[in-house]
Design a protein around this ligand. Structure first.
Ligand code: 4AD
Ligand code: MG
Length: 466
């Protein structure tokens, strides 16, 4: 395989002959020399290529009309660079055009929209198919890829099996009703209306949705393989148009048999720190870019979070702190969900670092959570981080059949639909716990990117399908 620019930049400038492929970032003419900065996305930096136009007139002619965005293959010698900012450069002897990207309208093709000047992230969002060629989005996607690999390394090295849970499902795992319907019926032909019981004409002969979480299926397999994790796309039809919600996002959900809440909290903390350390080690150049351009102080923050011991606080204590502090738009009171301003206060002012909030009121958490002895709170845990708020949500699960049935009845849930889930409590039930990490929130945390739409290649959010 031919070398990538990342590999070439690490080679010695010993005049070896090589060919480099990529897209022109900038081109400058100086007397008899043309300087081209070529980037192939393998790393942040590009490689500088210089062409002596007098010595290689044919290539000079090829290069002359080209500008930012054009794809070329350049052959030359790798030599020490006299310029600043790079150790080596290519003394080019041949330039071949792969694909032009005209700077001005040409043969009916509008000019390449990503000319040299800086573009706003909002503008780039309108060009999801091209924005990966910018420094910022390129760096985000490399960090994203590196973090994905870290997720697998972490769980695989701890005996967890990677489980592929279904995307199409018949149940609402969170009981929150934020579901996308899956149907082959055409709404223009009458479709099927919720509540009409008309789904027997539909593809599966029943109502189906896109999954909001693989947790329930993961629980089934934790009761078979002991330790499992999912890592896949999940879908929520929440109409929350915020900088940290997507309609389609990726989630990592470990589920562990024989785990109680404290072990689950420790796993979440180890996991998050492992991801941070892995990014600090393996994505250094990109993180330095984010630290310099996007979020000053980022590396220090990540470093200190990775070295810290996460603070634990119960929901009840957190509420008391919030009530004491006061001055919020939403007045905190026991029983209410934590608003982002409350999460901000806890992580950025009270604790100044990641915090795990536990034992929430049962009313604001999902049906499957294990009830505490007080009958009012459940063994839930949310990991909150500065800047973002909730990054992980999880709990110990109710493994007792009678307790789970009565909670489902209380909530008016259809037990028939969940009979397979109740089977897990009928046959060989064990204590177990798990959590879900929103992968895009992790990428946001690690890169400092303010908007979740800029950390996934093709963002899907309410009213926006780019
Ligand atoms: O807290 P959530 O809803 O928990 C669950 O889905 C559980 N089934 C997880 C489990 O115990 N196995 O979601 C988990 C995480 C959140 O903490 C958040 O990071 C992320 O998923 N998340 C979203 N990320 C982007 N866009 C959205 N709309 C999100 N909703 C949740
Ligand atoms: Mg949650």
């Amino acid at each position: 395989m031919f070398p990538l620019i990342r590999e070439i930049l690490a080679m010695p400038g010993d005049s070896r002959e090589l060919r480099v492929r990529g897209w022109i970032r900038t081109k400058r003419d100086m007397k008899n020399l043309v300087f081209v900065e070529l980037n192939d996305g393998s790393c942040l930096g590009g490689i500088q290529c210089t062409l002596d136009t007098a010595a290689f007139p044919e290539s000079a002619e090829t290069l002359a009309p080209l500008g930012t965005g054009a794809a070329v293959e350049i052959t030359g010698k790798l030599v020490p660079s006299p310029g600043r900012g790079q150790a080596v450069e290519i003394a080019a002897s041949e330039v071949l055009l792969a694909g032009d990207a005209p700077g001005e309208e040409k043969d009916g093709v509008p000019p390449y929209p990503l000319q040299k000047k800086r573009h706003s992230l909002e503008f780039l969002r309108e060009l999801p198919h091209l924005r990966g060629r910018t420094n910022t989005l390129g760096a985000v996607m490399r960090v994203r890829s590196g973090l994905s690999f870290a997720v697998h390394r972490f769980f695989q090295s701890r005996g967890y099996q990677y489980l592929h849970t279904p995307v199409i499902t018949g149940n609402d795992a969170e009981g929150a009703g934020a579901l996308f319907r899956v149907t082959t019926l055409d709404p223009r032909q009458g479709g099927s209306r919720a509540g009409t019981g008309d789904y027997d004409r539909d593809f599966f002969g029943r109502e189906t949705f896109l999954t909001v979480s693989g947790q329930l299926e993961a629980e089934a397999y934790a009761a078979a393989l002991s330790r499992v994790y999912t890592f896949g796309p999940t879908f929520r039809a929440e109409n929350s148009n915020t900088a940290r919600h997507l309609a389609e996002f990726w989630m990592i959900e470990p589920e562990t048999a024989f785990f109680r809440l404290p072990e689950n909290m420790a796993l979440a903390e180890d996991f998050l720190k492992f991801c941070l350390n892995s990014a600090l080690e393996n994505c250094r150049e990109d993180l330095e870019f984010f630290d310099g351009r996007i979020e000053p102080g980022l590396i220090d923050t990540l470093q200190s979070a990775a070295e810290s011991t996460f603070t634990h606080i119960t929901y009840t204590d957190a509420m008391a702190e919030l009530e004491k502090a006061g001055g919020f738009e939403y007045r905190p009171s026991w029983g209410c969900d934590l608003q982002s301003e409350h999460e901000k206060f806890l992580t950025e002012e009270l604790i100044k670092g990641p915090v795990i909030v536990t034992d929430y009121p049962k009313e604001i958490k999902a049906f499957y959570m294990k009830m505490n002895g007080d009958g009012r709170t459940v063994r839930a845990m949310d990991v909150l981080v500065p800047r973002l708020g909730e990054i992980i949500g999880g709990s110990e699960r109710e493994e007792n059949l009678a307790a789970l049935e009565s909670r489902m009845e209380e909530l008016g849930m259809d037990a028939d639909r969940y009979s397979w889930y109740l089977d897990l409590r009928r046959y060989g039930t064990v204590p177990h716990a798990g959590f879900g990490l929103g992968f895009e929130r992790l990428v946001q945390y690690v890169t400092g990117m303010a908007n979740i739409r800029d950390v996934i290649p093709y963002p899907r959010a309410a009213g926006q399908l780019y």
